[in-house]
Design a protein around this ligand. Structure first.
Ligand code: 5GP
Ligand code: ZN
Length: 122
């Protein structure tokens, strides 16, 4: 199957991966709306909210909470918007949840590599 996110799961296409386990992968969006814009995807190829199983969705919820804490700690975000597109508004046909940080002060978009390094530093 010619799915770009399956290729990311299999490391056939590189990504700035923030977290991964046996169920999900979390990586930075290549075309971010704001600094720290990331995507959470199930490793298994499912299309959308109709196809995702409750266990995977629940796991994604827990990982979202962890990522929110990470963004607060490392990038000092002031808010976080979750978006999950379906149907005609879904460009990539592999389920994904967008985590889009919000900042009180206007921020210039930094190179993704810089954001990755900030999120990964101890
Ligand atoms: P949607 O399908 O919800 O409209 O959005 C798909 C998102 O995936 C977009 O925000 C786009 O920037 C992101 N995206 C598309 N291709 C790639 C890719 O190859 N790598 C990464 N990291 N993000 C991608
Ligand atoms: Zn896929």
């Amino acid at each position: 199957m010619n799915c770009i996110f399956c290729k990311i799961v299999n490391n056939d296409i590189p990504s700035y991966t923030i977290y991964e386990d046996e169920i999900v992968k979390v990586f930075l969006d290549v075309n971010p709306d704001s600094n720290g814009h990331m995507l959470i995807i199930p490793r298994q190829h499912v299309l959308d909210i109709t196809e995702i199983e409750s266990d995977a969705w629940n796991h994604i919820l827990n990982i979202t909470k962890n990522m929110k804490s990470l963004l607060e700690e490392k990038l000092k975000i002031d808010g976080l918007t979750l978006i999950q597109n379906n149907g005609m508004v879904q460009e990539v046909k592999h389920f994904h949840l967008h985590l889009k940080p919000y900042y009180k002060e206007r921020q210039n978009l930094l190179p993704i590599e810089d954001i990755y390094n900030k999120l990964k530093e101890h």
